[in-house]
Ligand binder design. Sequence first.
Ligand SMILES: [Zn+2]
Length: 325
Amino acid sequence: MIVAAVLLAYAVLLCTLAPRLLRSAGWAERAPRLGIVVWQVLGASALTAAVLAGSALTVPTVRVSADLAELLQACVMALTAQYASPGGAAAGAAGAVLALAVPGRVAWCAGAALLRIRRERREHREVLDMVGRPDPRRGVVVLDHDEPAAYCLPGRHRRTVITIGALRSLDDDQLAAVLAHERAHQAERHDAVLAWAQTLARAFPRVSLFRTAEAEIARLVEMRADDVAAALTGRLTTAAALLTVAGGRTPAVALAAGGSTAARRVRRLIEPHHPLSRAGIAAGSLTAAVVLALPLLVVGGPAAAATQLNYCPEGTPAAQITTMR
Ligand SMILES: [Zn+2]
């Protein structure tokens, strides 16, 4: 019971306090890739903690033994002790609901999102194949539209799309920046990162962590793509290119160079750049690894300690049964 309570408290803290702390820290804009990973880790850790808490409420932990008969005896006695009282049975039922509902809800929403995204991409690709003009030299599809816009349609049959208006408005370096931005989205599979964040936000719309993570990850993948483009063409060139295509309308299923965060991103590119130091990135990566492993450590610690105990000594099996949750 203690393990389940600790895991639930940990999940609640992650879902409520962590988004505020991480947003107010402000370092993620200096290391967008690490920021994306940390937001993903927070979500994964909260989900893992919730599922493990439910499992700990449902199934008492018993010592793992190589002796099958002894193991089965310990399991049966622990389960009997757990479900003998109404309180224990209720906690077990609640735990089972939690342990099954969380992954079930995620799987349902992920499946629905996958089908929707595949359908929307296929429909948009078919339109592009009808109205777009392939430009093999630049590796893009050109749309005959005066408004400057650029975006990529990710996936297996990916397309990088640019309008005639953008080709007329951008100089060679700015065009290189826009194309580098779009290729960074494709190379780092930002579409999959965003789809997962959107899935969790839709699966648990009342949970602040997932809502905030969706918005922050959407912002950070754009900053990460900006940084890749800036490394190739320079920050001011990338800012100028971004300003040119910022107002362009793009389909929801695509990853655009502009978008609603463009103003903040242009300011970030123009202001003096102070990327996070290697030590800062190492510390952030280590912290993320600890946060990811923490729910498993909470469960694994008592379970490891349990292996040092003998639950079913000869003659007094019942007296040694200990439940660890
Ligand atoms: Zn973009």
